[in-house]
Design a protein around this ligand. Structure first.
Ligand code: PGA
Length: 229
């Protein structure tokens, strides 16, 4: 299974030109790192301009609607994302739950719609307990579903403590007990070039989801390189 390094740009950059520059620096830098699948998830508005240039780097979205059509003001359907060149979509991110009141029921519906449309879902969960709930709701097989253990307290903009690789490994174990041994599980929360190697090795994850450190091409490429070890 190829390790995955995913950039979650959140609501950045403010300008299209900056997004294109950042994306092309990542694209260029990744050419010599063949063994890792690299995914960049920009805001919706940058998808169309980056979709044309994405080659080595795969494109993902940070959210999608639970429907492929219908009168849903402000929403973007999984079908539209596929048409823009997206291969992946992040769902269930804790910031959407916390600030936009996204519910587990909505997340479950989004997961189903995205998978039925052929997108690969990066499903973020707070812990194994939340995963268990979502698994019961969606009853989906592992195909096209990648799980991300991302406790909200570990995100770089939060002040809380960060889990040790040992704690990550324990939670990953509990998650695999629910979804099966062959599932791909990533970790997210304040990952940087210094911590990624240890997190992947000792945390027993097959990839990482990176927020703040993905907004600087050099920092992000360092993470990609070190995740190979
Ligand atoms: P962080 O964000 O790397 O800045 O902690 C990760 C995320 O929110 O996905």
């Amino acid at each position: 299974m190829k390790s995955l390094v995913v950039a979650n740009w959140k609501m950045n950059p403010s300008r299209r030109k900056k997004a294109q520059q950042l994306f092309s620096a990542i694209e260029k830098g990744c050419k010599n790192i063949p063994r890792i699948e690299v995914v960049v998830c920009p805001p919706f508005v940058h998808l169309s301009s980056l979709g044309n240039t994405a080659k080595r780097v795969k494109l993902g979205s940070q959210n999608c609607s639970w429907q492929n059509k219908g009168p849903l003001t402000g929403e973007v359907s999984p079908k539209m994302l596929k048409d823009m060149g997206c291969k992946y979509v992040i769902l269930g991110h804790s910031e959407r739950k916390k600030y936009l009141s996204e519910t587990k029921e909505q997340i479950a519906k989004k997961v189903k719609a995205a998978i039925q449309t052929g997108l690969r879902v990066l499903l973020c969960v707070e812990n194994a307990q939340e995963l268990s709930f979502l698994q019961k709701k969606t009853r989906l097989s592992q195909k096209n579903l990648i799980f991300v253990y991302e406790p909200s307290f570990a995100i770089s903009t939060e002040q809380g403590r960060k889990p040790s690789p040992k704690t990550i490994a324990r939670e990953v174990r509990a998650m695999k007990d629910i979804v099966g041994e062959r599932a791909q599980v990533l970790y997210g929360g304040s990952v940087n070039a210094k911590s990624v190697g240890k997190i992947m090795r000792e945390g027993k994850v097959q990839g990482v989801l990176v927020g703040a450190s993905s907004l600087d091409a050099k920092k992000f490429l360092d993470i990609v390189k070190r995740s190979q070890a």
